[in-house]
Design a protein around this ligand. Structure first.
Ligand code: DQA
Length: 153
């Protein structure tokens, strides 16, 4: 299989309440705040030659708009849809419509938690899911997405 070693652009989407990371239920979500997660992603992006554009929103429609516009600038999406993971047909349909390779991530292991978190509307339209490794879920997800994109070309 041929490999594309050129630079890729990745849209990182953070869903509702993730702006509170660091102070929100640290026993579940850890002490790393969103700014630090974005900084870690940018650092990893430099290593992987991937440009990172990050957006957090508490609003479903803003996330849908960002997904719809993503193909103009980005080759892949890394998303923690947070609570919308378990509720949003709109976000799932947007990912399905744009057909950009998408990796779903979660800080906590959603399968060890309440039953309502066990179902993801995103998972069937994602290339894969990483759940349970805290902030590392994002870094592992970014690595997996970039490797997928490079292998796919
Ligand atoms: C989460 C898990 C979701 O169930 C929850 O609603 C979140 C965060 C996670 O990263 O572990 O807000 O996506």
């Amino acid at each position: 299989m041929s490999e594309n070693l050129g630079s890729v652009s990745i849209l990182v989407l953070h869903g509702p309440n993730l702006n509170l990371l660091g102070k929100r239920e640290p026993g579940i979500y850890g002490l790393t705040n969103l700014e630090e997660i974005n900084r870690l992603l940018e650092q990893e992006g430099e290593v992987l030659q991937a440009k990172i554009t990050a957006l957090q929103s508490n609003h479903e429609g803003i996330l849908v708009d960002a997904i719809q516009n993503a193909p103009e600038q980005h080759q892949g999406i890394l998303i923690n849809a947070a609570a919308y993971t378990h509720t949003s047909v709109a976000i799932r349909d947007a990912i399905s419509a744009v057909k950009l390779p998408t990796v779903e991530v979660h800080l906590s292991n959603i399968y060890r938690r309440e039953e309502f978190r066990h179902h993801s509307f995103i998972a069937p339209v994602a290339i894969g899911q990483i759940s349970g490794f805290g902030a590392d879920s994002y870094l592992l997800g970014l690595q997996a997405l970039v490797r997928h994109l490079r292998a796919a070309v």
